[in-house]
Every structure is written in structure tokens, then in C-alpha cells.
Design a protein around this ligand. Structure first.
Ligand SMILES: Nc1ncnc2c1ncn2[C@@H]1O[C@H](COP(=O)(O)OP(=O)(O)OP(=O)(O)O)[C@@H](O)[C@H]1O
Ligand SMILES: [Mg+2]
Length: 221
């Protein structure tokens, strides 16, 4: 991975660490030949002690890249490449130079209505695009909405994505990897995942999560 004292993974030189969480890191990278700037997400699965958990985390990571590869939409982050080097899984995506909404809009600052309108509309369209293809993002929040330009969002972090069959109560809720999550609905009610129907899902997908994410951006709570 180290070449000429520069860190490189695959064909990408890693320039700047953008974010580090428990088992993943996101770097600003650059294609060694094309010099194109990208974001590289790397999984440190070796840091996970439990072998079962390690496999599950790897599967989720591969699924995240694979899911993104199925999408082609202006407001969803594009994936360009994925691979494994020395046991490190990684994937390469479109770089959002303005960072996440959470970073861009710090607590205590009120957003202009025009901006709110732009974000709401674009995130809503992205969620709808994902939803009609049978996927649920499950982690809509300002940290997972990136800015490609000042006025253009990219929905990212599909690490918790699941699929469901439209028009049914999603059976996949029974087999969720990780803890059962509580689903927030737009009318303020909260239901355990098991009771959620596809109607709720539509509400949730098109209203609830968006409202909650935007509420957080707007109020920075
Ligand atoms: N394509 C990108 N362009 C620019 N910054 C990005 C990109 N992808 C991720 N980031 C930055 O890295 C952070 C973490 O990315 P992401 O949410 O995909 O990773 P994660 O492993 O799920 O981390 P977390 O547990 O913090 O959610 C984002 O909040 C954002 O600041
Ligand atoms: Mg995230």
C-alpha cells in the first residue's frame, strides 16, 4: 500500500483523511494517472475481533458499493471502482468537495429558505429514486448527505441499505443485520420495525426521514 512514502490503494493515491469512524475511513484520493479527485472509502475489517461480525461487516460494505453501482442519479453519489488490496476492502466514489451538510452547516446558523428548498427537493428526489427501485436507505441524516456544489446534494452512506418488495410488508425486517431500528414517521409516531407496512415506508421514505434530516440541518439539533 505504501509506495514512495505516499499512501496508495489500487490506482488511487490517498491525499487527505476526510473522516474516520469505527471501522471505516474516507479519504480524498486521486487517480495516479488521470489525477481525478475521488473519495475512497476503506474498511478496516482486521480491527473487528469477532469473526462473524467481521464477515457481516465485509458483506455490508460490499453491498454498499454494489447498491451504489446500480444507481445513476444526479443526487446520489456515484461509485467508480471497488477492490481489495492486502485484505483491505475499498471503493471509490465521486468526491463532494463541500463535505457533508452536517459539516457545512454548523449548529446555531439559520439557513436561507431558498437553500432549504433546494436541499429538500433534491434529497426527496434521491430518496424517491432509491425507493421505487426497492431499496431503503435507513440512515438519512445530515452526515450522510454531501454537497457536490453549494447547491447540489449527493446522498451517500448506503451502509445500512436494505431491499424490499414493493406492496408487501418487508420480510427483510426479520433478518436485519444489526439491531432492530425504530422507524420514525412523519406524523411524529414511532413504530418498531416489525409493525411497519409499505404504506408507512412510503411515508417514511418520502416524508419522515427527510423531515427529520432537514429538521436537524435547520435547527442543528
Ligand atoms: N463522496 C464523498 N465526498 C466527500 N466527503 C465524503 C464522501 N463520502 C464520505 N465523505 C465524508 O466522510 C464522512 C463519513 O462517510 P460515510 O458516512 O459514508 O462513512 P461511515 O463509515 O458510514 O461513517 P459514519 O459512521 O460516520 O457514518 C461523511 O460524513 C463525509 O464527511
Ligand atoms: Mg455516515
Amino acid at each position: 500500500m505504501m509506495t514512495n512514502r505516499r499512501i496508495q490503494i489500487g490506482r488511487y493515491r490517498l491525499l487527505n483523511l476526510l473522516s474516520r469512524s469505527r471501522y471505516t475511513a474516507v479519504w480524498l484520493g486521486e487517480h495516479v494517472r488521470l489525477k481525478k479527485k475521488v473519495a475512497v472509502k476503506i474498511l478496516f475489517s482486521g480491527e473487528i475481533q469477532d469473526i462473524g461480525e467481521q464477515h457481516r461487516t465485509k458483506r455490508r460494505f460490499i453491498r454498499e458499493a454494489g447498491t451504489l453501482a446500480q444507481f445513476d442519479y444526479p443526487y446520489i453519489v456515484q461509485v467508480f471502482d471497488s477492490g481489495e488490496v492486502d485484505g483491505w476492502l475499498y471503493f471509490v466514489m465521486e468526491y463532494a468537495p463541500y463535505g457533508s451538510l452536517a459539516r457545512r452547516h454548523r449548529p446555531g446558523k439559520r439557513l436561507p429558505l431558498s437553500k432549504v428548498r433546494v436541499y429538500t427537493s433534491q434529497v426527496g428526489r434521491a430518496i424517491h429514486y432509491v425507493h421505487v427501485r426497492g431499496f431503503i436507505h435507513r440512515d438519512i441524516k445530515p452526515q450522510n448527505i454531501f454537497l457536490k456544489t453549494r447547491n447540489m446534494v449527493l446522498l451517500g452512506d448506503f451502509g445500512l441499505v436494505i431491499t424490499f418488495v414493493a406492496g408487501t410488508i418487508p420480510g427483510c425486517f426479520g433478518n436485519l443485520e444489526g439491531p432492530v431500528r425504530i422507524w420514525h414517521l412523519s406524523n411524529g409516531r414511532v413504530l418498531p420495525a416489525r409493525q411497519v407496512t409499505s404504506t408507512h415506508l412510503q411515508l417514511w421514505s418520502l416524508n419522515g426521514s427527510q423531515v427529520i434530516a432537514l429538521f436537524r440541518v435547520l435547527t442543528r439539533k
